[in-house]
Design a protein. Structure first.
Length: 118
């Protein structure tokens, strides 16, 4: 298996504006970037705290842990073979290779790896 780094926690929100306000003003997390009305990333130090509406959330309604890995496909297969499950098989988006999986207890995980610049 590859080296793994927990780099992100994705929280669900139905009101991105209110969530950004809460985490930036109440708790002091700096806003790293925002993608419209459906996704925002906050600087949590060594971990990104992501806020996502159902449009952009990997598993709407759940807290999801983002794990950076060198082998998205292999890790997704290992989860599936060892009591977990695959919610979304490995795929490429504009910037990353990703897979959305469940661990053996039903907790959501996203494996991801940056893609080379195109």
């Amino acid at each position: 298996m590859s080296e793994h780094q927990v780099k992100m926690v994705v929280l669900a929100t139905d009101d991105l504006e209110e969530s950004i306000k809460f985490y930036t003003e109440t708790l002091g997390f700096p806003l790293k970037f925002r993608d419209g009305d459906h996704f925002a990333a906050l600087d949590g130090g060594t971990i990104t705290l992501a806020l996502a509406t159902p449009l952009d959330h990997p598993i709407p309604g759940q807290v999801v842990v983002g794990i950076k890995t060198d082998d998205v496909d292999g890790d997704a297969a290992a989860v599936d073979e060892n009591g977990g499950g695959i919610a979304r098989a490995p795929y490429d988006d504009a910037h990353e290779r990703r897979a959305v999986v469940y661990d053996s207890q039903g907790n959501g995980l996203v494996f991801y790896k940056s893609l080379p610049a195109r």
